[in-house]
Design a protein around this ligand. Structure first.
Ligand code: PLP
Length: 392
């Protein structure tokens, strides 16, 4: 019998060898090490890849990795101290000096900095390409290209990468395809099903969802995960047990939460698109979304994500008044929580990008990005519409 993911995930990562009795929920193993009876036991545990030292492995990380692997549909996963820990450690593992990376031109700012500040120190070169243009992506791939990197949906304009076609192109060129699924989450899309080789998630965002943990993950084939695990052990980027325990707990409601958040985002986007004070609402569920067909294909008809963005008149004082007038949504430099948050890309994620370049990307000083939470969607829509009156 096949069960729904929302049911099965509740039972993943539960039992660990050697526990006292059978606790209903996995306890938190706040221990830096596991004691060994003698040299024989150490040899035995090491051989069976059991638990020895916290930086190498920990039962709560194992449990969380099991749940993430289940959600992403991967052979294995690894848990990190943050999304950036997952991204950087994975890049350092799969790339070597002389390699070349093709990366989407619009990616998370700190990932961009890793690619432009850290990778060149290893003599790894990077070409940034707007991956919506598949011909340009093909032209950028060279015999030295070992990795194609993208996010599913770009921040904050929500343009979509055709990860099915891009992974096919990467493989034809002898490269791996790595995708950041943070905005979308495996509740919306499982990139490995579309041919991607490595999927990273900032668990700090939707998957934990309660704005109280920093963690990250990578999901891939077991042989790749084993290589990344060695790098993580050397770099010290593994996640801590309590964060893993908290994310495990949060994952038990992830399908419920994120599905609701995505549906509310679609409703809010639809309402904002009709508001006279607003222009250019970006959300894959909207009928005029520029990549509608691709979104329908990759999200299998689902709403796609719980993020949206829209443009207000470029009037700083009124934008401040609008933020002030909102009862629910708060301005905060994060996303993916149960409470709706706002960000202002020009001052938060894209402050160093020249104005003309930003505008060519569709990012103006009037743009607002919203991460939709679990408030009742009618309340949320009513709140945004009343706050928009400051522009009348
Ligand atoms: N990837 C994306 C798309 C993000 O938005 C973020 C953080 O905002 C990260 C990765 C990094 O995650 P973390 O803050 O957990 O390191």
């Amino acid at each position: 019998m096949e069960y729904k993911r929302a049911s099965e995930v509740l039972y993943k990562g539960q039992m660990k060898e050697g526990m006292i009795g059978t606790p209903e929920t996995l306890p938190c193993f706040l221990t830096t090490a596991f004691v060994m009876k003698d040299l024989d036991e150490l040899g035995d545990v090491t051989q069976k890849k059991g638990y020895t030292y916290i930086r190498k492995s920990n039962p709560n990380r194992t449990a969380l990795a099991e749940k993430i692997s289940y959600l992403e549909g991967s052979e294995d996963s690894l848990i990190f101290s943050s999304g950036m820990g997952a991204i950087t450690t994975s890049l350092l593992t799969v790339l070597k000096p002389g390699d070349h990376v093709v990366c989407n031109s619009n990616i998370y700012g700190e990932t961009y900095e890793v690619l432009t500040e850290i990778l060149p120190k290893m003599n790894v070169s990077v070409s940034f390409v707007d991956l919506r243009d598949l011909a340009k992506a093909a032209a950028a791939l060279t015999p030295r290209t070992k990795l194609l990197y993208t996010e599913v949906l770009s921040n904050p304009t929500l343009t979509l990468a055709d990860i099915e076609e891009l992974s096919r192109m990467a493989h034809d060129a002898g490269a791996l395809c790595m995708v950041d699924n943070t905005f979308t989450s495996p509740v919306s899309i499982r990139p490995l099903e579309w041919g991607v080789d490595l999927v990273v998630n900032s668990l700090t965002k939707f998957l934990n969802g309660h704005s109280d943990v920093m963690a990250g993950s990578v999901s891939a084939r077991s042989d790749l995960v084993a290589q990344i695990q060695h790098m993580s052990m050397l770099c010290g980027t593994a996640g801590d047990p309590f964060s893993s325990w908290l994310v495990c707990r949060s994952l038990e409601t992830a399908s419920l939460r994120i599905r609701q958040q995505m549906n509310s985002a679609a409703r809010l986007a639809g309402a904002l698109a009709l508001a006279p004070q607003v222009k250019d609402v970006n959300h894959p569920s909207l009928p005029d979304y520029p990549q509608k067909e691709l979104a329908g294909h990759l999200f299998r008809g689902g709403p796609g994500c719980a993020m949206l963005s829209f443009t207000l008149p470029e009037d700083r004082e009124r934008i401040n008044a609008f933020m002030d007038a909102l009862h629910f949504a708060r301005y905060a430099p994060t996303l993916g929580g149960v409470r709706t948050t706002l960000s202002h890309p020009v001052t938060s994620s894209h402050p160093h990008v020249p104005d003309a370049v930003r505008r060519s990307m569709g990012i103006t000083p009037g743009m607002i990005r919203v991460s939709v939470g679990l408030e009742d969607p009618d309340d949320l829509i009513g709140d945004f519409l009343q706050a928009l009156h400051v522009f009348n």
